[in-house]
Design a protein around this ligand. Structure first.
Ligand SMILES: Cc1cc2nc3c(=O)[nH]c(=O)nc-3n(C[C@H](O)[C@H](O)[C@H](O)COP(=O)(O)OP(=O)(O)OC[C@H]3O[C@@H](n4cnc5c(N)ncnc54)[C@H](O)[C@@H]3O)c2cc1C
Length: 409
């Protein structure tokens, strides 16, 4: 263990060294809770990028890591949606502009490798936080605490265990929490590209009949691509030689940012989803991909996880004011009640968007086209959609701007 002055029983033990686990551990330790973090070394570097909305960036700023990430992040100022389905009923092009919400940008696209490296450095030096560099291999939960043990016999007791050990969570399974899993007949091909023309901080999403083809800005003349394809289509793309793949992707992007050069090796992710049937067990709260998995559409996954963390922190802080046990049933019920709606809404929205692209059922195509037509035409609806896409159930009212004011206004 990295720190020697550890308590006999911690307030909180976070399990999982991915972004959700590390951000939770930093947030809770900085809120004054004594924390342990189980973070085994990661198996391989993460070549992906993550688009984080303003509320998530504010959390990274609050925990002191944003200044270390900002220089390698790209602001996302506009989002353009283009119907590339080639179907009879096509939606008109719609552009969502952050300035319409009175914001400088919707958020930023960041490199996962950077985020993970900075988080590791900050966790190592955080007061109140003891790092255990091993996986949890045994867990028991009882009336008084959660007891977590590694293969080499290191053991931690805590009033509350926070499971952030990913989609195949050992903690969730040990606690007997069931999940609902589903899959889609699609694969996301993910890579970074250099291009000849500037992206002007516009993220462009082509809606195609096999799923979204999305270019998300990176610093300079680079973008991250998430191309959702059928299984066969993805296999064909992955089998292409570099130049052939560059030409094919440029063709699919209608050359909007000119010719492409690959800037990373293509990776593929079969599309699937998962929801835990409950978010809590005895002395246990689930966050991040332990609680909910999304296909990479609409940049929802980690943003939602950070809202899990913010809500958990607020509930624990108000429990502390009442001198309540952080792992008590009251705390856990409040967490379950607070998070359930947000997770359900996001799951349904991403599922609906993906399925509305795949369907050949004309009324569904018509509904999607009409929705985008109305969003393009009516400012208040467009602003409501932009706001809900980033921060659900906020105080935003259609017709008046919201969010952080632009820096130069
Ligand atoms: C292609 C792609 C693009 C994406 N783009 C976006 C985006 O733009 N915006 C967005 O918000 N989200 C995005 N996401 C989702 C986002 O990447 C995930 O939500 C996020 O990475 C999940 O982080 P996590 O920490 O919850 O889980 P993980 O990253 O899976 O971390 C789990 C951790 O737990 C550890 N662990 C496992 N078992 C144990 C154990 N027994 N003991 C201790 N530790 C253990 C593992 O080593 C791992 O480090 C994307 C996802 C994909 C696939």
């Amino acid at each position: 263990m990295a720190q020697t002055n550890q308590p006999d029983i911690f307030d909180i033990a976070v399990v999982g060294g991915g972004p959700s686990g590390r951000i939770a551990a930093l947030t809770l330790a900085q809120a004054g809770f004594s924390c342990a973090l189980f973070a085994p070394p990661s198996a391989k570097p993460d070549g992906r990028t993550t688009a984080l909305w303003q509320q998530s960036i504010d959390l990274l700023r609050d925990i002191g890591i944003w200044a270390e990430i900002e220089a390698t992040a790209a602001p996302l100022k506009k989002m353009r949606m283009i119907d590339g389905t080639g179907r009879l009923l096509r939606a008109p092009e719609v552009t969502f502009d952050s300035s319409e919400l009175g914001m400088e940008e919707f958020g930023f696209n960041i490199l996962n490798s950077n985020l993970n490296a900075v988080l590791e450095i900050f966790c190592d030096k955080q007061e109140n936080l003891t790092i255990v560099g091993e996986s949890v291999e045994a867990a028991c939960f009882d009336g008084s605490c959660a007891r977590l043990t590694t293969r080499d016999g290191q053991s931690v007791s805590a009033r509350l265990a926070v499971a952030a050990d990913g989609r195949n969570s050992f903690l969730r399974e040990t606690a007997g929490i069931d999940v609902k899993r589903w899959s889609y007949p699609q694969v996301a091909v993910v890579l970074n590209l250099e291009h000849r023309l500037p992206h002007q901080h516009v993220s462009t999403e082509f809606h195609t009949a096999t799923g979204p083809f999305t270019l998300v800005p990176l610093p300079g003349r680079q973008s991250a691509l998430v191309c959702v394809e059928t299984e066969d289509g993805a296999a064909k793309l992955l089998a292409m030689k570099q130049e052939q793949l560059e030409r094919e992707l440029e063709r699919r992007s209608h050359s909007i940012v000119g010719a492409f050069k690959l800037a990373s090796k293509p990776q593929s992710f079969p599309l699937s989803g998962m929801n835990a049937k409950t978010l809590t067990g005895e002395r246990l709260a689930l966050i991040g991909e332990t609680a909910h998995v999304f296909p990479p559409i609409g940049a929802q996954g980690l943003n939602l996880s950070l809202r899990d963390i913010l809500d958990l922190r607020d509930i624990l802080l108000s429990a502390r004011v009442r001198q309540a046990d952080p792992g008590s049933t009251a705390v856990l019920s409040a967490y379950e009640a607070k998070r359930r709606g947000d997770i359900k809404t996001r799951t349904n929205a991403v599922d609906l968007l993906n399925r509305s692209l795949l369907t050949s059922f004309l009324p569904v195509q018509a509904a999607r086209s009409t929705g985008l037509y109305l969003a393009g035409k009516f400012g208040p609806l467009r602003r409501l959609l932009m706001h809900e896409g980033m921060t659900p159930g906020s105080s935003f009212r259609p017709g008046r701007p919201a969010g952080r004011p632009p820096v130069n206004s």
